[in-house]
Design a protein around this ligand. Structure first.
Ligand code: NDP
Length: 256
């Protein structure tokens, strides 16, 4: 495994499980020090990486590279405190992955205002809060990578997910605008739009819903979180140094 992220500091929101944890693991394997910001953080009784993912990797030594910080991305003060803690501990931030996200599905005509608000607040305002909190640090470094986690439904729409699709479409606008604002300081901002990924979020789907998803995926399988982590690694690496403001659909061909 390459060590492309040696001496790099990465902050990943929603980094304690699902896609965020797979990204944390991949960055750690390549040498980064990780700060996983999450609503609920592990109690520390078990190693953060359990070695069930990517079983050819020697797990020893990478757990020590992870610090979990409790943070609610919807709350500006909680976010500012968490980023201050990271900068105090590590002195810099090279990579931010705005990954924390929730769903509160339902048809629009029956959707409550609070289900609308909490999805927009977590998925869209959360990314705004964290991008704002990291900006000054990255600007003074004249270097940084920001990766926003969108979704294929941000481009396609999805019945029953008007709040979620709107939040993910909003993230595309946020990505392109911040990419333009920050390019002069060599901060690159891109968005990954996954399709259907096997995580605790999608464990909630019924067998019928799963079959519907699989029927529209040309590659005929759900993504594993590692499929998304591969692209997050590319977007944080020097291999993507001429790419900013772009949307990367990682969806097995769902949107084409
Ligand atoms: P999970 O639900 O498995 O993980 C999301 C993480 O975000 C959880 O640890 C959750 O914490 C955390 N989180 C939620 N709200 C907040 C908050 N206010 N502050 C801090 N952390 C919070 O989801 P996935 O790993 O599946 O999804 C990760 C991202 O990928 C999301 O943005 C999602 O929208 C996106 N995505 C996922 C797809 C999929 O098929 N799984 C497809 C397309 C996009 P807690 O559980 O404690 O609330």
């Amino acid at each position: 495994m390459n060590k492309r992220f040696e001496n790099k500091i990465a902050v990943i929101t929603g980094g304690c499980r699902g896609i965020g944890k797979a990204i944390a693991r991949r960055y750690a394997m390549e040498g980064a020090r990780i700060f996983a910001l999450d609503y609920v953080i592990p109690d520390g009784s078990e190693p953060f990486f359990d070695n069930t993912i990517g079983n050819t990797i020697d797990n020893s030594g990478i757990n020590s590279q992870v610090t979990c910080i409790q943070c609610d991305v919807t709350d500006g003060e909680s976010v500012r405190n968490a980023f201050a803690e990271v900068v105090d501990a590590a002195g810099r931030i090279d990579i931010l992955v705005n990954n924390a996200g929730i769903t509160r599905d339902g048809l629009l005509m029956r959707m409550s205002e609070s289900d609308w608000d909490s999805v927009i607040s977590t998925n869209l305002k959360g990314a705004f809060n964290c991008t704002k909190a990291v900006c000054r640090t990255m600007m003074s470094q004249r270097q940084g990578r920001i990766i926003n986690m969108g979704s294929v439904v941000g481009s396609m729409g999805n019945a029953g997910q008007s709040n979620y699709s709107a939040s993910k479409a909003g993230l595309i606008g946020l990505t392109k605008s911040t990419a333009k604002e920050l390019a002069g300081r060599n901060i690159l901002v891109n968005l990954i739009a996954p399709g259907y990924v096997r995580t605790p979020m999608t464990d909630k789907l019924t067998e019928g819903q799963r079959e519907i998803f699989l029927s529209v995926i040309p590659l005929k399988r759900a993504a594993e979180p590692e499929d998304i982590a591969n692209v997050a690694a590319f977007l944080a690496s020097d291999d993507s140094s001429y790419i900013t403001g772009q949307v990367f659909h990682v969806d097995g061909g769902m949107l084409m």
